[in-house]
Write a protein that binds this ligand. Structure first.
Ligand code: SF4
Length: 490
């Protein structure tokens, strides 16, 4: 017998055209140059319209490459076959495996005070000189929050300190880290710490503590000096100078990989994507997260959010992504993180666990927020909404409520259930659903309910455009396709 057989050799007898086939669940969307099919595990195929019509009318030639592709990606099976259904179930379980871990990211808002006064601030901060007694987390509140952290079944626990500017309450950070490490001697989880800081107040004593306890630094860098200082005012107008000096000093003590930076896109950033990326490169960063502004906190109060819409942000994102691809083409390794996370959902059976792009939503079940005053929120954005007067995502109070009461509160369960994209109008029929998320907080901020109206939702418009842009780029040339496959596995 010949070593290599034609594909028909491996097909069962029933694979002849017209034999009994069963479609497996899938969604589709007609694009300009083909039909996109996706299924519940994110497998995708773009096929010519004529082949698609033959597929759904059960007249597709079993010798055609489309037939083989759709079969291998579980868009149909032959009656009597069991393994395709088992494989599909296995892939779905793998994709949703983070649900079993439950909450892994625990955000501690150790103070609301900040010495910056960024107009887009999502946090509704208090002044640096505001009352520490009123706006700082107390030690007993912090210890109650730690009780909840260690009640989580997740094998991976990340504690992230936020503010305001968390370094204004560094003593409580120090106590939480030392106590968490002590408790972890018995709990034996993978414990990690992050301080999200503007670095203006960093000093060697704090960095030494970070080094001793493997604490990672996440900072904000919005772009070149003029843009950063415009976006991030502080007394002395030297936010940029301080963050650049802070990054260098932190790297000296924590190592190159001990510091990362995030940027926020404001109206002033639009049109400057290349400059912002070059600024990141000039400081030795090899990645950037081109994030849109969120409709929370001071961003809404100061109308920063309303100054630009999804289309203008998409122009910015697309210009940035094209530039990043070009850099890679020229031999410079650089990654756009938002795209990379979406690619992981598109091209692997894994999920990056990014809270905004999870369904069921990641609020509360992937990340939870312990506020300085003891309130527990489903997400950072839920806390921001509370600062604006809406307690919709308030799960409970550390002083009075138990772990069970907090994590089964109607505020959490209702928002998860009602926003679930698998049963949300429009999302249920959307070919992009496997790559998208629910984000009940974003929709609540914009529409006053967990679901929103997807036809008017900037979240929906933005992601539809991103997904289709990624698919188009992947088909445009081999270099981009290979680069995107690399990013999906980062
Ligand atoms: S939000 Fe929009 S893009 Fe996302 S799944 Fe729903 S309909 Fe599709």
């Amino acid at each position: 017998m010949a070593k290599f057989q034609p594909i028909s050799f491996y097909k069962p007898e029933s694979s002849r055209p017209g034999e009994a086939r069963e479609l497996l669940p899938f969604r589709f969307k007609r694009l300009a140059d083909g039909v996109l099919l996706t299924n519940m595990v994110g497998e995708q195929a773009i096929v010519p319209p004529t082949e698609f019509d033959r597929f759904v009318s059960d007249t597709l030639d079993s010798a055609s490459p489309v037939f083989t592709e759709l079969r291998s990606k579980h868009f149909f099976y032959f009656k009597g076959e069991i393994s395709p259904i088992h494989l599909l179930a296995l892939k779905l379980r793998t994709r949703k495996r983070r649900l079993a871990d439950f909450t892994g990211l625990h955000l501690f808002v150790v103070t609301l005070r900040c010495e910056h006064s960024c107009p887009y601030c999502q946090v509704s901060r208090a002044n640096e000189t505001g009352s520490a007694d009123r706006f700082d987390m107390k030690l007993d509140t912090a210890m109650k929050a730690l009780d909840l952290v260690f009640r989580s079944p997740s094998p991976n626990l990340k504690i992230e300190f936020q503010g305001g500017e968390p370094l204004l309450n560094f003593e409580v950070i120090r106590s939480i880290v030392i106590e968490a490490e002590k408790r972890n001697e018995l709990a034996k989880r993978n414990l990690a710490f992050v301080i999200a800081t503007n670095l203006a107040l960093i000093n060697d004593e704090i960095l030494k503590f970070c080094s001793d306890h493997s604490i990672f630094i996440s900072t904000s860098l919005d772009g070149p000096r003029d843009l950063h200082n415009l976006n991030r005012p502080r007394p002395g107008g030297d936010s940029y100078e301080r963050v650049v000096a802070g990054i260098q000093r932190a790297r000296t003590i924590l190592g190159e990989s001990g510091v990362s930076a995030l940027m926020t896109t404001t109206q002033a950033s639009l049109g400057r994507a290349r400059e912002i990326i070059d600024e990141y490169r000039s400081h030795g960063f090899t990645e950037i997260f081109l994030r849109p502004l969120s409709p929370y906190g001071f961003a809404i109060k100061t109308k920063s959010f309303l100054k630009y819409n999804a289309d203008r942000w998409l122009e910015f994102y697309n210009a940035g992504l094209d530039y990043v691809i070009e850099l890679n083409r020229q031999g410079t390794r650089f990654t756009e993180i938002y795209t990379a996370m979406i690619l992981k959902k598109m091209l692997t059976n894994d999920d990056p666990g990014y809270v905004d792009l999870m369904t069921p939503a990641g609020t509360g079940i992937a990340a939870v927020v312990y506020n300085y005053d003891g309130n527990v929120f489903a997400s950072d954005e839920g806390r921001m909404l509370a600062e604006m007067g809406s307690d919709t995502f308030l799960l409970g109070d550390l002083k009075t409520d138990s772990y069970e009461e907090i994590f089964t509160s109607p505020a959490l369960l209702d928002s998860l259930e009602e926003s679930f994209s698998g049963s949300a109008p429009m999302c249920t029929d959307c070919a992009h659903e496997p790559y998208c998320g629910s984000d009940p907080v974003w929709h609540y901020a914009m529409f006053g309910n967990y679901l929103g109206r997807k036809t008017e939702s900037e979240f929906c418009a933005r992601h539809t455009s991103i997904f289709e842009g990624i698919l188009t780029r992947m088909r445009s040339d081999n270099f981009t396709r290979n680069l995107f496959h690399d990013w999906a596995h980062l």
